[in-house]
Design a protein around this ligand. Structure first.
Ligand code: TEU
Length: 594
């Protein structure tokens, strides 16, 4: 039986507990000059949409100068805006316009690697004695092999974008490490000059007015070297294949906390203002995340963990999708909520530029599209932590149709397709099997209205716009109180206005119910009961009622009189623990019971 928390025991909540972050993928958000590629003036022209939504922070995926090998996550100049996105003046105008609307601007910090066209790397490849040689991770061929021989790569690690993580530089006869594409060489963070250069660049952006950073694969910056500086081979991947799993040797390495503490000190210490730092950390554990995000001893405000977004990845990884289980999701979210109840802080997300659209992934983008989109948003947003909304999620954008290999544009998918076909896979079957989880689903043009290209561009879009933009768009939903957009506005307002959402403790209910996600949030003053049917079938709540009695020591009937704060079935409203209709979400509130 959990007693209502007494005022003194409530952990202090950070400023970002009552706000929501909106992620913009600049290439696909809004094109102001008709060249088919989204840009900074386009984002500025749409800031009222974000203000109307009520978000407090906008995170921009990279806009820096880049050859765009990985759509900007390969940076060739950290202090320049890529001409396809605009100019530094456009960036200054965007920052000013966002601040006028009370919206903070967070940049994407991509410093595990640079582009191979960055002057640092160009100088590093010049010769083995280059002053910048040690700015990257160079190694000679594997002992007993000559450069270029099959198997001569220094380790057997597989890149996230297929193939080896090592690229031979013919000129110097050595290999450089690239955990992602060969045009994304990893920086050597062991080198204090590298860390100083990164800190200096971050200060430069803060001086321009940005309010923080989303840090790309930041837990990859500390590699786990052997005593002699070498890097060990990884265990074979379950799907067989040529390469091994290097993750244990580059994820959350021994000096990560030290490097991030140094950055916090060198970049933020003594600087006035409220800043946000969120670290993207594939493979991070709850325990490690608590240490990294503890308000007192931590070095980041929050992290992006991947446990839930890998739940439908099979043994072969994302290209081997497996059915989603709500019980697995409850177990994962339950662990992160409990793990961060006293210390640390969670980020809450379904979508981003690397994930498929949640309504298609774990919802129902057909018959129950509106209900499932709003149900899944409710389920996520009212947990303890800071929610993130990815562009288009607020209107329930869906996955794309894929009919041919040309329908894929993302380097991760294109490389996988090529490699799998070369290994004998059936091309058409591959086109179909990759569709569910490919990142391309997140990268179609934003759907602003029902006009040509969904109002994303007046030109030829760099990548497709979903044909359903004709009916699924911001304009169609703006003034509809029952729309997915209006529901997101209500959720964001509830987090801003109801302290129990920002500060309340979390109790999972009916953890073994396969189709209903139920939990309570509570402060000394208020209790919220969140009930969500994750199913196209009606869900009687007997099990939840029993759980309310068992887990809360409460009489479920006591909720009959509770206030219905938010619901997504607008015609015949039900309250209390009446059965949930398909994909129904119901949020009840009452004063805390002593
Ligand atoms: O993503 C890191 C990462 O974990 C993803 O690549 C993930 O493995 C993959 O998307 C799952 O399909 C970050 C950025 O978010 C991503 O866009 C970049 O491609 C990557 O780093 C390299 O910078």
């Amino acid at each position: 039986m959990s007693t209502p928390p007494s005022p003194s025991s409530e952990p202090q909540t950070p400023w970002f507990a009552s706000t929501v972050v909106y992620q913009v993928y600049p290439r696909s958000f809004a094109d102001s000059d008709g060249d088919g590629v989204g840009d900074l003036p386009g984002i500025t022209s749409r800031l009222d949409h974000l203000a109307d939504l009520g978000v407090g922070v906008v995170w921009l995926s990279p806009v820096y100068a880049s050859p765009q090998d990985d759509n900007g996550y390969d940076i060739s100049d950290y202090r320049a805006v890529d001409p396809s996105f605009g100019t530094l003046a456009d960036m200054d105008a965007l920052i000013a316009a966002a601040h006028e609307r009370g919206i903070k601007v967070v940049m994407d910090l991509v410093v595990n690697h640079t582009s191979d066209e960055h002057p640092w790397f160009v100088e590093s490849t010049a010769s083995k004695d280059s002053p910048k040689r040690d700015w990257y991770v160079w190694r000679p061929p594997r002992e007993g092999f000559s450069a270029g021989d099959p198997g001569a790569e220094p380790t057997n690690w597989r890149s996230a974008f297929s193939g080896s993580t090592w690229q031979l530089d013919e000129r110097t006869g050595e290999y450089y490490l690239h955990l992602f594409s060969r045009k994304q060489p990893d920086l050597n963070w062991e080198n204090p000059e590298v860390r100083a250069a990164v800190a200096d660049m971050m200060r430069w952006w803060l001086d321009r007015g940005v309010d923080g950073f989303r840090m790309d694969v930041i837990n990859f910056i500390s590699k786990r070297y052997d005593a002699d500086g070498s890097l060990p081979d990884g265990a074979p991947w379950p799907d067989g294949g040529l390469w091994g799993d290097g993750g244990p040797f580059f994820m959350t390495g021994p000096r990560l906390h030290e490097y991030l503490a140094e950055l916090r000190r060198e970049v933020f210490a003594g600087r006035e203002g409220q800043f946000l730092t969120v670290g993207e950390m594939p493979g991070i554990t709850v325990e490690a995340a608590v240490e990294l995000t503890d308000a007192g001893t931590g070095v980041l405000d929050m992290v992006f963990q991947f446990e839930h977004v890998n739940l439908d990845h099979g043994p072969g990884g994302k290209w081997d999708p497996q059915p989603f289980s709500l019980l697995d999701l409850k177990a994962s979210f339950g662990r992160w909520q409990a793990g961060m109840a006293e210390r640390g802080w969670n980020s809450l997300y379904w979508d981003n530029h690397d994930q498929p659209r949640i309504v298609s992934r774990w919802g129902d983008d057909g018959r129950w599209w509106r209900e499932s989109a709003t149900a899944l948003a409710t389920l996520l947003h009212l947990h303890r932590g800071t929610p993130y909304v990815y562009q288009g999620e607020e209107i329930g954008m869906t996955n794309l149709p894929f009919a041919a290999p040309e329908d894929y544009s993302d380097i991760e998918a294109v490389n996988h397709y090529r490699q799998a076909v070369a290994a004998g896979a059936d091309p058409q079957a591959l086109v179909a099997s990759m569709a569910r989880l490919t990142r391309d689903n997140a990268r179609s043009g934003m759907q602003w209205d029902g006009g040509p290209n969904g109002g994303f561009t007046t030109g030829e879009p760099w990548y497709r716009v979903n044909p359903n933009a004709s009916w699924l768009n911001v304009e169609a939903q703006r003034d509809d109180p029952a729309s997915v957009l209006s529901h997101h506005k209500a959720l964001i307002a509830l987090r801003r206005d109801e302290p129990c959402v920002a500060a309340g403790d979390f109790t999972m209910l009916a953890a073994t119910h396969p189709h209903v996600y139920a939990y309570r949030r509570a402060t000394a003053a208020t209790e919220l009961l969140v009930l969500v049917a994750v199913s196209g079938e009606e869900q009687p709540l007997a099990a939840v009622a029993a759980a309310v009695a068992a887990d809360l020591g409460d009489d479920a009937a006591a909720w009959d009189g509770a206030e219905l704060v938010l619901g997504n079935w607008h015609d015949e409203v039900r309250s209390g623990l009446a059965p949930l209709r398909p994909w129904e979400a119901r949020v009840l509130r009452r004063p805390a019971t002593a």
